[in-house]
Ligand binder design. Sequence first.
Ligand SMILES: Cc1cc2nc3c(=O)[nH]c(=O)nc-3n(C[C@H](O)[C@H](O)[C@H](O)COP(=O)(O)OP(=O)(O)OC[C@H]3O[C@@H](n4cnc5c(N)ncnc54)[C@H](O)[C@@H]3O)c2cc1C
Length: 432
Amino acid sequence: MPHPFDSPLDRQADDSPQNPARRSLLAAGLAGAAGVMASPALSQVATRPGAPAISRNLPDVAIVGAGAFGGWTALALREAGARVTLIDAYGAGNPRASSGDESRLIRLSYGSREIYTRWARKAAELWDARQSEFGRRLYYPNGSLRVIREAELAPQKAIFDRLGIPYEAIGPDEVRKRWPQLNYDDSPHIFYETTGGIVKARESMIAVAETFMQKGGKVIVGHAVPGPSASGRMAHLLVNGEPLSAGLSLFACGPWLPKVFPALLGDRIRVPRREIFYVGSPMNDHRYRWEHLPNLSDLDTYTASDIDYGVKVAARLADMPMDPDGGDRMPTDFLRQQVRDYVARRMPGLKDQPIVATRVCQTEYSDNSHFIVDRHPDMANVWIAGAGSGHAFKMGPVLGNYLRDRMLGRQTDPAEDALFALAAHKAAVAGG
Ligand SMILES: Cc1cc2nc3c(=O)[nH]c(=O)nc-3n(C[C@H](O)[C@H](O)[C@H](O)COP(=O)(O)OP(=O)(O)OC[C@H]3O[C@@H](n4cnc5c(N)ncnc54)[C@H](O)[C@@H]3O)c2cc1C
């Protein structure tokens, strides 16, 4: 029996008929087509200690993309008893993926979009539970300080009051008293939410994929494209040119979705470039660490406090399109200076500290910043999920459960389903 942490690439790279990964890929294709039990290799996987038994009542599932949408969905479906294959062109947590940065934030205040406040609160609970299960620290609950316009304060408070989520509305004097390392003299209204915090991004996606494998899921490092369709269904996917059959497929390809479905999504999702800078904490000065400092959310940028990687500061630039495969990932001097100016103003004690790491990512925006989760209009057994619109990472554990239920035909909230429907997203979004 293969070790649960064996490299899926090593097994996949051996293309000989003796290679179990190759045998199971072909067998999965044949088994799916004939609707019969799959290969010995796949059956073996299901007998691993702790792996949920494979339910004969559930379809085999292929998921393309091991990011926040695909990785968590693969895990949830495997835990529900489905036989699941997770395919990623560059591997879980890879640096091209939108989920491949060091960290992401869990923030609950979403203006008037209450659904995401509810989801983010649930997500924070699930992150806490999952990190215990995974046996590694992934969630740092330090809350956040958000600069808020006066007109938005009352509606935001109303949502938090209705949902019973703790918060404080404070001003710059109170900030100075509690966090003297900050300067908020330019911001009269600050919304302090104590729930939420920071999650490790890349490491979480690796942990999800590893747990998925430990529970009997199969991971393939390879490039997948939709295969031919007949009678309103996709006959099979093509993984590195080879057919892979599955009763259900999910394309959770993040910023690659417009490339995978150009006609359907080419003008529904835009992919702009983003730059992130990590500013080092001074040695023996712990005031900028997550234990002592909430994350900061300003009108034009945001930070994540230091979780042993420096203080993360996001830079903003007018949208420039990014190719997730070939795009250059070196930061610009212009944005580096913008970050330096922001740090000098907001956290003067970090003014002369070095930038210790950078990351160039991309986001995948829909026209209205709502996610897209829907069936493919021409292939009933194909699902599409993505358009994280700069805020989906935190939702991963909730998204996984939601997509599991949608794909298995279980009851979900019709209002949420409608919000995420393809029909609710206008084509021809501006920019990238
Ligand atoms: C700078 C920045 C800051 C952000 N901050 C936050 C935040 O603080 N909080 C938050 O919640 N969210 C945040 N987000 C948004 C969040 O990171 C994304 O919404 C989320 O990671 C998207 O996940 P995904 O699964 O859709 O895409 P991805 O993570 O990109 O995953 C897609 C995967 O699909 C694979 N793939 C694509 N095409 C194929 C193919 N044809 N075959 C095989 N594999 C394929 C890729 O290799 C990739 O691994 C931020 C995003 C950015 C860029």
